[in-house]
Design a protein around this ligand. Structure first.
Ligand SMILES: [Zn+2]
Length: 284
């Protein structure tokens, strides 16, 4: 069992200071149990660590559709996030604000929350709040998900800035319906990120450039990085090796069948996975 005070000190030991702007991705289960047994206290210790002048930001992504559209399923700002308990706990905080992007909304609490999230809607790039975190001299931390959900979100922003998102075949097959001014509208995504399961490949570069701080938050192994330094290095790595984001999973549709720079895997993917799926439907 951990106290809020102990978890706050853990963050300080890793390198969190008062006034920090901090993007968090966290697996709350990995931290361990709280003495207070209150779910909202998984946020309280982070807010205590950054103080009144600080800001905490989370990814409250909602996904939407991929190929098959369903108008009954729309984003209205109240939807739960698929990213897990951390984002959903943040969303339920009384001081939380959320951006209006139909598939990739962010949630934030604190001094810079409004500035980071304003104008982030259907007309904005999915990763633009990250640019503001970079600009503000922010930090990014992974708590308990270093291996299970690898990497930092600056990598997706770097891909967009280098035009690498244009390698995804028909990105607008992905999107979402969303509610605005009492109307249900269709949003088609143009800046789909590449396969983030490959982002562990960036870790060696961060280590070599001495960008990572590490430690434990409760039981959760955690890493911290300066957002601007990570972003600058992500740009360099992706420029040098644009295919670093192609994974090895034969079943990964994004890597095997939706990349203009990897058409060679497409025939095998269709023969092994798509055609059998179609045949099963036909003969059902
Ligand atoms: Zn993949």
């Amino acid at each position: 069992m951990f106290t809020i005070e102990k978890l706050k000190r853990d963050l300080e030991t890793i390198g969190i200071k008062k006034g920090d702007t901090l993007l968090v991705r966290a697996d709350l289960g990995a931290i361990g149990k709280l003495e207070t047994r209150k779910r909202e206290d998984y946020i309280s210790f982070m807010l205590d660590a950054v103080g009144d002048e600080g800001t905490i930001i989370g990814l409250s992504f909602t996904g939407g559709f991929s190929i098959k559209k369903n108008k009954n399923n729309f984003f209205d700002g109240k939807n739960k996030s698929y990213t897990g308990a951390f984002a959903n706990t943040m969303l339920s905080h009384p001081k939380a604000i959320r951006s209006a992007h139909p598939t990739n909304s962010y949630v934030a609490i604190g001094k810079n929350a409004k500035y980071i999230l304003e104008n982030h809607d259907e007309n904005s790039g999915a990763y633009e709040p990250i640019r503001k975190i970079v600009e503000l001299g922010g930090k990014m931390i992974l708590i308990g998900c270093v291996e299970s959900s690898p990497g930092f979100t600056t990598t997706h922003l770097a891909e967009v800035d280098l035009g690498l998102h244009k390698r995804i075949i028909f990105p607008t097959l992905n999107g979402a319906y969303y509610k605005k001014n009492n109307e249900i509208k269709l949003f088609k995504r143009k800046d789909l990120g590449s396969c983030s399961s490959t982002f562990y490949r960036f870790y060696g570069h961060y280590v070599k450039n001495e960008l990572l701080k590490q430690g434990y938050v409760g039981n959760a192994y955690s890493i911290l990085i300066d957002a601007k330094k990570a972003f600058d290095l992500d740009l360099k790595i992706l420029q040098k090796n644009p295919k670093i984001t192609l994974c090895d999973n034969p079943r990964c549709m994004l890597c095997r069948a939706r990349r203009w720079d990897n058409l060679k895997d497409m025939p095998i993917y269709f023969i092994k996975y798509i055609i059998p799926r179609i045949l099963r439907k036909v003969f059902k």
